[in-house]
Design a protein around this ligand. Structure first.
Ligand code: PHE
Ligand code: CO
Length: 287
């Protein structure tokens, strides 16, 4: 997602799509994918929601090399009717929502350089494809992503994208899910990050709070470092139900008059899994 003043690059279609040009990836680029893949695949099985691992298998993403979008789309299409298409990088919000609403996931085609192995600001193909695509093979999550796209087009009309973007951030990108007594990862921003895959579950610094739609939509987030708060959903079904069955129009109206919440707030009304020490965030702020 990005601001509407972006210029469509030459060579991009009206809907901002570009060919993946899979043949152009160098051996070094495939090797970078394999390296990142192995590092995540080694630690994720016990941390990530099982539906994510199922998606990797179903989409045959366990094979070496950067995946071919056409092949992913073919398998996804059979499972849930989704496709993966390449875009040059950030696309305007309306374009992004329009694609999601039509079950097309937009992904960057470039892969990070060796210097960016552990941190990069702009999402690359590893984040977009490894992080996001496996759960698109899950029917419930697939429906949520489409509903989000439809909701985005609507929120755009209300001028409420800031609120709605927080929902995306705290679910699709940085969401945790409760399974029995355990918390598991499902957010793409976490599962594609080596450091945050550990931090989000094991570190005593961040808050872990029960998901509450309105609360989430009031909460600031950070884009430059590990999150200070994670929100925990009970199930994908529950997330889908809560968001689809709520008419966001009155919610947006209410949000306009409610104070926003800081990235580390813990409220008396929160369902608290972890009241974080925020030690990590504090240490980083001093540096
Ligand atoms: N129900 C939301 C609305 O009325 C749409 C939506 C669904 C938004 C799912 C996000 C996720 O706008
Ligand atoms: Co992402």
């Amino acid at each position: 997602m990005a601001d509407v003043t972006l210029q469509r690059p030459q060579g991009a279609a009206e809907d901002w799509s570009i060919p993946q040009q899979w043949e152009r990836y160098s051996p070094a680029e495939h090797a970078m994918w394999d390296h990142l893949f192995e590092r995540q695949a080694g630690m994720l099985p016990e941390r990530v929601v099982p539906e994510f691992m199922d998606g990797l298998q179903m989409l045959r993403m366990t094979r070496p090399g950067i995946p071919h979008f056409d092949e992913l789309s073919e398998r996804l299409m059979k499972a849930t009717g989704w496709q993966v298409i390449a875009v040059p990088g950030l696309v305007p919000e309306r374009v992004f929502f329009e694609h999601l609403a039509n079950r097309r996931f937009v992904a960057g085609r470039f892969i990070r350089s060796p210097e960016q192995r552990d941190y990069l600001q702009e999402p690359d193909i590893f984040h977009d494809v490894f992080g996001h695509v496996p759960l698109l093979a899950n029917p419930v999550f697939a429906d949520y992503m489409q509903a989000y796209g439809q909701g985005g087009l609507r929120a755009h009309g209300f001028g409420s994208l800031t609120s709605l973007a927080r929902l995306y951030w705290y679910t699709v990108e940085f969401g945790l899910i409760r399974q029995g007594d355990a918390l598991k990862l499902y957010g793409a921003g976490i599962v594609s990050s080596y450091g945050e895959s550990v931090f989000a579950l094991d570190d005593s610094s961040p808050n872990r709070l029960g998901f509450d739609l309105e609360r989430v939509m009031r909460t600031h987030y950070r884009i430059d470092d590990f999150q200070q708060t994670y929100f925990v959903i009970d199930s994908f079904e529950d997330l889908l139900r809560q968001t689809v069955e709520t008419d966001f129009a009155p919610l947006y109206a209410r949000l306009r008059s409610e104070p926003e919440l800081s990235i580390d707030a813990v409220l008396p009304s929160d369902r608290v899994y972890t009241h974080g020490t925020q030690a990590y965030a504090r240490a980083r702020a001093i540096k």
